[in-house]
Design a protein around this ligand. Structure first.
Ligand code: 13P
Length: 251
């Protein structure tokens, strides 16, 4: 099964609207040079409208960094899927480890966010990953299984391209420590098997599984050569135009 690669940039709490537009323009240029893959960027909410204008008419996908499950309501500080769709978003990152660990988001909330996003046609980029403590205690696969099963609880899928999973080991995020390609492939293979357990095999085979955690120009090529690694979710290096351009152009 050929899955179309997806290179995604998570800009976290960085960039003014103006900086975001400049960076987005460089992303468009790089993405145009490699039409065989998808590229997504997720600026902060405050820059979405500006970046949406820069991306209009290009193939680069606009993403949000989170999304609420309700369409509207008394949820101070939250943003809904229809609001994001109105700005041109096609995807939303959900369950990022910073949301889980810094803001206390639970598997239950993440499951609701995934369902809310899908109900309105936004593709979730559903993040999972173990902490260093969990890896050292050899609980990695158990943790990943629990996160996948609860995040996807009662999430019906007839088309595996409607959701993306991102494996981001917490110990590799922003630390400069990348999982080795074999560590990453081991986790991705495990996640693929799990998805085959939950969904039909042909649907599981369509689901893209991204790797995230200190992805950079130096390691993207070898990571992308692994069977079950279908893309990258990039933090720090996505904020540097030249580095992200090189990552988009992985080979
Ligand atoms: P870094 O690429 O900075 O390690 O961040 C990864 C990440 O959290 C992407 O969502």
């Amino acid at each position: 099964m050929d899955r179309r690669p997806l290179i995604a940039g998570n800009w976290k709490m960085h960039t003014t609207a103006q900086e975001a537009q400049q960076l987005a323009a460089s992303v468009v240029k790089a993405a145009n040079s490699v039409p065989d893959r998808d590229v997504m960027i997720a600026p902060p909410y405050t820059a979405l409208a500006a970046v949406s204008a820069t991306l209009a008419g290009t193939g680069v996908i606009l993403g949000a960094q989170n999304v609420h499950w309700e369409e509207q309501g008394a949820f101070t500080g939250e943003i809904s899927a229809p609001m994001l769709k109105e700005l041109g978003c096609g995807m939303a990152i959900i369950g990022h480890s910073e949301r889980r660990h810094v803001f206390g988001e639970t598997d239950g909330m993440i499951n609701k966010r995934i369902k809310g996003a899908m109900q309105f046609g936004l593709i979730p980029v559903f993040c999972i990953g173990e902490t260093l403590e969990q890896r050292e205690a050899e609980q990695t696969m158990q943790v990943l299984e629990a996160q996948v099963r609860s995040g996807l609880d009662a999430v019906d899928l007839t088309d595996g391209s409607r959701i993306v999973v991102a494996y981001e080991p917490v110990w590799a995020i922003g630390t400069g420590k990348t999982a080795s390609e074999s560590q990453a492939q081991e986790a991705h293979g495990f996640i693929r098997n799990l998805l085959e357990n939950i969904y039909e095999k042909n649907i599981a085979a369509q689901i893209r599984i991204l790797y995230g955690g200190s992805v950079k120009p130096e390691n993207v090529d070898i990571l992308m050569q692994q069977n079950d690694i279908d893309g990258a979710l990039v933090g720090g290096a996505a904020l540097k135009a030249e580095m992200f351009e090189r990552i988009i152009c992985f080979h």
